[in-house]
Design a protein around this ligand. Structure first.
Ligand code: FAD
Ligand code: FES
Length: 261
């Protein structure tokens, strides 16, 4: 089992990078040094009435500097994410992590890195780690609603884009962009809204491709203890002996064929 740490971390910087989208860098003692792409951290509110932590994926990991970059959407007024958006450099926040399994990249197999909406941040760290390891080629396809294409410029030369309103890149969703630009790969790594993951699972099955998806579900403990985050799975889980899996513990990354969407 991978090690996890509870730390009071310091916010190094934070900025708003799109409508309700915030980009925060935190200084950790241990978490960054043990983290990998596709894992997440739980952020605790400083407000005692908000007991449950908020799971946020790792958009950037700098193990040497000990920093983590988190990009998240404020979901509404009075929420935990709104509270986080007000944090400034020098403020502290309680964080638990790294949590979940993260992506395991298959070496030598050309990869599609696919992100949709607020599922895009973890794909940026995956792109960086694949580039650094140099174990496979990849092409990224990011899907947005409109021209608010946060993080897109950081995917640089390997990046394609789809927007629902057609304002940037291909009009439609990520699959429309894959078809329009005649892109191909051997394996899919994806994070985004469930309808996108469902469509990619079907596409991968049709094409005979391997497909890894990062799933999201409401969470409570974030560490596998409460079963709040289970999804239906094909095989019986060794922990519960029923056909489901804990997204926070066995996931959030699953082989698409292992889970029901
Ligand atoms: P509130 O309504 O105040 O939350 C109430 C409670 O419900 C909290 O305990 C909260 O954690 C839980 N909750 C509400 N919505 C979700 C949700 N969609 N998923 C899980 N728990 C939820 N969002 C980002 O913007 N960026 C990310 O990188 C990101 N990564 C995630 C990674 C994982 C593995 C998961 C499961 C979710 C991720 N999310 C991410 C979604 C994010 O956790 C929720 O938007 C956030 O918890 C909502 O909290 P809130 O305080 O804004 O809302
Ligand atoms: Fe408690 Fe996943 S959130 S088991």
């Amino acid at each position: 089992m991978s090690e996890k740490f509870q730390e009071n971390v310091t916010v190094l910087k934070q900025q708003c990078i799109g409508k309700d989208i915030y980009d925060m860098t935190i200084q950790t003692k241990h978490i960054a040094g043990h983290a990998k792409a596709g894992q997440f951290v739980s952020l605790y509110s400083n407000d005692a009435s908000k007991l449950l932590p908020r799971p946020i994926s790792l958009c950037g990991i700098d193990a040497e500097a000990g920093t983590l970059r988190l990009v998240y959407r404020v979901t509404g007024e009075g929420t935990g994410t709104e509270e986080f958006s007000r944090l400034k450099a020098g403020d502290t926040i309680r964080v638990l992590g790294p949590l979940g399994n993260g992506f395991t990249v298959e070496p030598g197999k050309k990869a599609f890195l696919i992100g949709g909406g607020i599922g895009i941040p973890p794909m940026l760290e995956l792109a960086k780690s694949i580039k650094a390891a140099g174990t496979c080629e990849f092409v990224s396809v990011m899907g947005y609603r409109d021209a608010q294409t946060f993080l897109l410029d950081e995917f640089k030369e390997q990046g394609y884009v789809a927007t629902e309103d057609g304002s940037v890149g291909a009009k439609g969703n990520v699959l429309d962009a894959m078809k329009e630009y005649k892109l191909n790969a051997d394996v899919i790594y994806a994070c985004g809204p469930t309808p996108m993951l469902r469509a990619l699972k079907a596409y991968a099955a049709e094409q005979g491709m391997t497909c890894y998806i990062s799933m999201e579900e409401r969470m409570a403990c974030g560490i596998g203890a409460c079963l709040a985050c289970v999804c239906d799975s094909k095989e019986k889980d060794a922990h519960s002996n029923v056909k489901n899996k804990r997204i926070c513990k066995e996931g959030p990354v699953f082989l698409a064929e292992e889970v029901d969407l």
